[in-house]
Design a protein around this ligand. Structure first.
Ligand SMILES: [Zn+2]
Length: 370
């Protein structure tokens, strides 16, 4: 397959818009996957979506020898709303760059890994069962796919995740854990002119809480907290009865995750006449570079060397992925095996076309070696 053919085939995937909240688009992506493998020695299982989200597709191939599988995992949802490609981020090629919604995170990786999976299935060159799970909801924390991801992980010798490569093609062997919290405050409304003293402002209370939460950031320890969504109030001349905000929290260890959960859920109102209700917790546990992960990385380095690549990994990254779930179960997991490029979640998102062939070869080598 030439670079141009690969770019053209991937462009079809990118042009089909599939934000998490648009199950018709996500299901269209699942259709494309099923169509790709039709007629090959690959079994296709489709799992209907729920809670307003898209379907999942699971592929099975390889050697049926009772060994634990090697599992590939890709999400086909993106963060870009429908209409992005017709306006702000058209699917287009500029030199070595293929631009488009989700091309880097992660349709490029999903596509190239599927080509490798097909290559190995066709050649019959796997040493064990192979599985490939395509999911519809990674970008919102995988609420409907987590169970299956973990189930597959438990039955696997290794999990390979096709999130984007890092600068220069580095792969990912450790990720921070991610927590999400919702804070709702209720005070007492009053006219801000005639009855100011009677009011108990939910927004003022939120301000105290936000500063307290943001102050929990400890860079030296790898803990960050941020409040990036907020709302409240009804009019400029009413002391606000309601306010809400959400908190994003990142940690490097399970123990720190438990500690932060306790600190955030345990926050008390500064003004006793305002009630505060906090829900949520740690969603993705940290993915630490264990000895088993390091060993799998060394295997990947050998495979890469065989195709002329000097494979490197990057220091623990702040972004979570489905790899966090399987790594936390102790399953050797490699991530960042997807396409190289930049601009994830932005309107400058692109993939490097020249990275498709070597990373497809790397995935193929991993599926044949593990
Ligand atoms: Zn992603």
């Amino acid at each position: 397959m030439t670079h141009a053919d690969a770019a053209a085939a991937l462009s079809v995937w990118v042009a089909l818009e599939s934000p998490t909240s648009h199950p018709a688009g996500v299901n269209g992506m699942m259709d494309l996957v099923a169509k790709e493998v039709a007629g090959l020695p690959i079994a296709v299982e489709r799992i209907a979506g729920r809670d307003g989200l898209g379907d999942m597709v699971m592929l099975r191939a390889g050697l049926d020898n009772g060994q634990p599988a090697v599992a590939v995992m890709s999400h086909l949802d993106t963060v870009h709303p429908v209409g992005t490609s017709s306006k702000d981020l058209p699917v287009r090629i500029e030199g070595d760059r293929l631009y488009g919604p989700g091309v880097y995170d992660m349709k490029g990786g999903a596509w190239l890994a599927l080509q490798a999976f097909k290559d190995v299935a066709r050649a019959g060159s796997a040493k064990r069962p192979m599985m490939f799970l395509f999911t519809p909801d990674e970008e919102i924390g995988s609420p409907t796919s987590r169970g299956l991801i973990e189930e597959i992980g438990r039955g696997s010798a290794a999990v390979l995740v096709t999130e984007p490569a890092r600068q220069g093609g580095r792969i990912v062997t450790a990720r921070k854990g991610v927590g999400r919290f919702e804070v709702r405050l209720e005070g007492r409304p009053a006219h801000s002119g005639s009855r100011h003293a009677d009011g108990r402002s939910a927004i003022r209370e939120a301000a105290h809480q936000i500063l307290a939460i943001e102050a929990m950031t400890d860079y030296a320890r790898g803990i960050t907290t941020s409040v990036a969504l907020i709302g409240g109030g009804t009019a400029a001349n009413v002391i606000p009865q309601h306010a809400w905000f959400s908190v994003d929290c990142r940690v490097t260890t399970l123990a720190d995750g438990a500690m932060m959960e306790q600190r955030i859920l345990g926050l008390k109102a500064h003004d006793p006449e305002v009630t505060i209700r906090i829900t949520g917790g740690m969603n993705r546990p940290p993915y630490e570079k264990s000895a088993a992960v390091a060993e799998l990385f060394e295997t990947a380095r050998d495979v890469a060397a065989g195709i002329g690549l000097d494979l490197q990994d990057c220091p623990m990254t702040g972004g979570g992925s489905d790899g966090n779930f399987t790594a936390a179960l102790g399953v050797p997991t490699l991530d960042g095996l997807g396409i190289d490029g930049d601009g994830a979640h932005t309107l400058q998102e692109y993939a490097l076309i020249s990275s498709i062939a070597p990373r497809r070869a790397l995935m193929k080598g991993l599926l044949e070696t593990i």
